[in-house]
Write a protein that binds this ligand. Structure first.
Ligand code: NI
Length: 190
């Protein structure tokens, strides 16, 4: 396994919609190695997720895992997941409880946080790394993590969706944004 360099904001590849992965391509040693490297690189950088375009490969593959992440202490445990060609659909929930807001960060935009509003309940259809179809439902903060990663596959970054008035460097974030303001789930803040 290899830690791959993570592209930073401004690299054109981060803005390019990624290509779907064919079944043959998924089984190839190169793609399986890429998935291993994504996982290892994510762990090494203490990220909650990582998408292939962030390491310079324009394919629709992302990985995520949360297990007491010090960068996002409010996040629930999310088991290690690899999504290939994911499709996300937002599900309607109760009218005043259909969105969540949280301060997001990104390994491609180090040092910056900003508050993003997202759907709080989503269904995801994808393939796993073996090529099997998977269908998973995510809610709350986990849904935000998944939407952030899938956005990378379309060349969208959290700063595109953030309320620009909330953009903040990490030092100021730690100093001025109280824990209770970092994550809001339909009125149930921390
Ligand atoms: Ni990101």
């Amino acid at each position: 396994m290899v830690y791959r360099p993570i592209l930073k904001l401004g690299h054109p590849l981060l803005r390019q919609p990624a290509e779907s992965v064919s079944p043959t391509e998924l089984q190839s040693p190169d793609t399986q190695q890429l998935i291993d490297d994504l996982i290892e690189t994510m762990h090494n950088a203490q990220g909650a997720g990582l998408a292939a375009p962030q390491v310079g490969v324009s394919l629709r593959i992302c990985v995520f895992e949360v297990n007491e992440n010090p960068r996002y202490p409010w996040l629930p445990t999310i088991e290690l997941t690899t999504l290939i060609n994911p499709q996300v659909s937002a599900l309607p929930t109760n009218d005043d409880h259909n969105a969540i807001e949280m301060y997001e960060g990104c390994l491609s935009i180090p040092g910056l946080r900003g508050k993003v509003r997202r759907s709080r309940l989503i269904d995801v259809d994808a393939l796993d790394r073996t090529g099997a179809s998977i269908h998973v439902r995510y809610e709350g903060a986990a849904a935000a993590v998944v939407q952030h990663e899938v956005d990378h596959l379309d060349g969208t970054l959290f700063v595109d969706r953030a309320d620009t008035q909330t953009l903040t460097f990490e030092t100021e974030y730690n100093r001025f944004i109280p824990l209770t303001a970092r994550f809001w789930d339909g009125g149930n803040s921390l």
